[in-house]
Design a binder for this molecule. Structure first.
Ligand SMILES: [Zn+2]
Length: 136
């Protein structure tokens, strides 16, 4: 494993995550199998398997794709008279392609932000199953 000189800024870590790279070193891959975070960076060894982005990447993807597809659809609808079959072919396909492109990037972005801010799942399964503390 290569030594990494210094901890990157939060912005740099987020941008490295957005590009699918390790937020720490920027060289190793952050995701495997499309959306699964690697357990550790293959280059610097930084652990990522414990980070849980939950619903943030799909939420961000829906937000962005919706703000691209719906204005484009409305513009086309008001400018040209496309037949309905063309609308039904173009817009779902555009939404699907944009979603498949953006979802792993936004997952990397969220993981990069989580890594740089130290935010991670505070409720490990052992703690959730532990009995309540005796406060007597
Ligand atoms: Zn790394």
């Amino acid at each position: 494993m290569a030594p990494v000189a210094e901890t990157p800024s939060k912005f740099t870590a987020a941008m490295r995550g957005l590009m699918g790279r390790c937020p720490h070193c920027g060289l190793g891959k952050l995701l495997r199998n499309y959306l699964k975070p690697v357990d550790r960076c293959a280059v610097c060894g930084e652990p990522y398997g414990h980070l849980r982005a939950d619903d943030a990447p799909p939420w961000l993807t829906i937000l962005v794709v919706g703000h691209i597809v719906i204005p484009a659809l409305l513009h086309v609808e008001q400018t040209w008279e496309w037949p309905m079959w063309l609308h039904m072919a173009v817009w779902p396909l555009l939404a699907l392609v944009l979603t498949l492109i953006l979802l792993p990037r936004f997952k990397g972005l969220i993981l990069g932000i989580m890594w740089s801010t130290g935010a991670h799942d505070d409720e490990p399964e052992e703690a959730a199953e532990a009995p309540p503390l005796n406060r007597s």
